[in-house]
Write a protein that binds this ligand. Structure first.
Ligand SMILES: Cc1cc2nc3c(=O)[nH]c(=O)nc-3n(C[C@H](O)[C@H](O)[C@H](O)COP(=O)(O)OP(=O)(O)OC[C@H]3O[C@@H](n4cnc5c(N)ncnc54)[C@H](O)[C@@H]3O)c2cc1C
Length: 451
């Protein structure tokens, strides 16, 4: 009797959250996995590090999850980090107008029927219930439409809510951001009610919630993890990848082996012939201030009418995020420090002077620009080569470049590599096949022709 054919090893290249999600899902299925990462550490654009100048650990950028981010929550549960988050006990979004000091709190009700828009105490001041329903026009938006072409930028609701949410979710201004993509985000969060909008923040840091527990899980499952392994070349044989070439070594692929390429878009385009990817990027600027936030201060505050956009309370740090930050990337760090502290001091009731020690972090290529034109460049996860799959926030997940999108792509790639339906990987998430984009139905059929 013949022995059953070996299912082969899956080589996952890139240990950002997309690669980690793929590797963990495969290791949980009992598959042999090798994870390669060019950097000395995992996490990619979602990680923490010790900042010697500030004398404390900081995150590379502030990342906010919502309870509606089902794949991300399943991932953190799977790696045993589900309890590593904190945040308000309900869907609360405190805002401040930086120039006038006016404060309000957006408080969507728990259920999907949005009666909160009828309550002046829960909605944005100087807006009417009818203004909110006008956003339903996004649902029918043409794929080429921008947010500002569908929603009225003269309305209070636009600049007090829709624009801040769109910029934060898409990392793209409303004048350029895709209306259809923004609708997708609203439908998965506010559209599902407050139960899907409770904010979750890593209690300690991004690495402690998303990265270290995943590596521990992989090690426990016997997966191989290789840091400092930069993939230089993918060698191709007839219809399949035949070899992975790294700086110091190379790996020949067996007939049943698979590759999940989970590197950033520009790197993938260099490694895979003929691959089209988004090629315009949008920056994010963060300012980490070393100070003691007042006791009982909110976990975060949204700022309108100022330079800062969102301010997060961390351990011994107040941290400012500005998305789609083109206007700030060329500014001096000292100038940005003063500008962002002015809003931070107002929002958290702290003295304007002296400005505390700060670290300014500019991520010039934080994510792809979520414009209608760039979305057309997002590739499918299945490639022309039978053993090569793509994962990462830039692939066509139907979501913006986010942790949720990256993790969904990782789970979907794992399902494809294992030849399983997506629900074998995502379990209870499978009830939402449409929003996860079933790889078997949506992607397998759209396998591109060989270049
Ligand atoms: C400042 C900032 C703030 C953000 N805020 C949010 C937020 O609030 N909410 C949210 O959901 N998302 C946010 N994002 C986006 C989110 O971080 C990304 O969408 C997500 O981390 C992307 O994960 P990824 O695995 O697709 O890619 P990456 O994290 O880029 O991972 C790719 C990995 O591949 C490795 N690699 C590259 N080349 C090679 C090679 N040749 N060989 C081997 N390895 C290689 C890289 O070192 C990296 O580790 C933010 C991003 C930034 C930068």
């Amino acid at each position: 009797m013949n022995a059953p054919a070996s299912p082969g090893r899956v080589h996952v290249v890139g240990a950002g959250v997309a690669g980690l999600a793929a590797a963990v899902a495969l290791a949980d299925m009992g598959r042999s996995v090798t994870l390669y990462e060019s950097a000395p550490q995992a996490g990619g654009r979602c990680r923490s590090y010790f900042d010697a100048e500030l004398g404390c650990r900081v995150d590379n950028g502030n990342h906010l999850l919502l309870t509606g981010n089902r794949a991300a929550l399943q991932y953190v549960d799977r790696i045993g980090a589900g309890n590593s988050f904190e945040g308000p006990s309900e869907a609360l979004f405190p805002f401040i107008h930086a120039a006038t000091g006016e404060r309000w709190t957006l408080r969507p009700n728990i259920g999907a029927l949005p009666w909160w828009v009828l309550s002046a105490a829960r909605r944005v001041p100087q807006t009417r219930a009818g203004d909110y329903f006008a956003a339903l026009a996004l649902r029918r938006a043409d794929p080429s439409a921008t947010i500002a072409s569908v929603l009225d930028p003269r309305q209070n609701l636009f600049w007090r809510l829709w624009e801040p949410l769109a910029v934060a979710a898409l990392n793209t201004g409303a004048d350029q951001g895709s209306a259809a993509l923004f609708w997708r985000i609203l439908a998965e969060t506010l559209g599902r009610g407050g139960a899907a909008c409770r904010p979750l923040l890593p209690r300690v840091g991004l690495s402690e919630s998303f990265v270290e527990p995943a590596l521990n899980r992989l090690r426990a499952c016997g997966a191989e993890i290789r840091f400092g392994a930069r993939l230089r070349v993918l060698a191709f044989g007839p219809g399949a990848v035949s070899q992975l070439v790294f700086d110091a070594a190379s790996s020949e692929l067996g007939a049943a082996d698979k590759v999940i390429l989970a590197v950033p878009a520009a790197i993938a385009a260099r490694l895979v012939p003929g691959l089209t990817v988004p090629d315009r990027h949008s920056p994010i600027v963060n300012a980490h201030f070393r100070c003691t936030p007042p006791a009982g201060a909110p976990f975060f505050v949204g700022v309108v009418g100022g330079a800062a956009e969102w301010i997060f309370r961390k351990r011994g740090v107040l941290s400012v995020t500005v998305s789609a930050a083109d206007r700030f990337v060329e500014c001096d760090a000292s100038q940005l420090r003063d500008l962002f502290w002015r809003d931070t001091a107002v929002a958290y009731g702290l003295p304007a002077q002296p400005v505390p020690p700060a670290r300014i972090v500019k991520e010039r290529r934080a994510t792809f620009l979520a414009s209608p034109e760039q979305l057309k460049r997002r590739p499918q996860q299945v490639t022309a080569w039978r053993n090569l799959l793509l994962a990462g926030d830039y692939v066509d997940t139907g979501l913006p470049a986010t942790i949720e999108g990256a993790i969904r792509s990782g789970f979907a790639a794992a399902a494809l590599a294992a030849g399983h339906p997506l629900q074998a990987v995502t379990g209870s998430l499978s009830g939402n096949r449409d929003s996860l984009g079933s790889p078997t139905e949506n992607q397998q059929e759209r396998r591109p022709a060989l270049p």
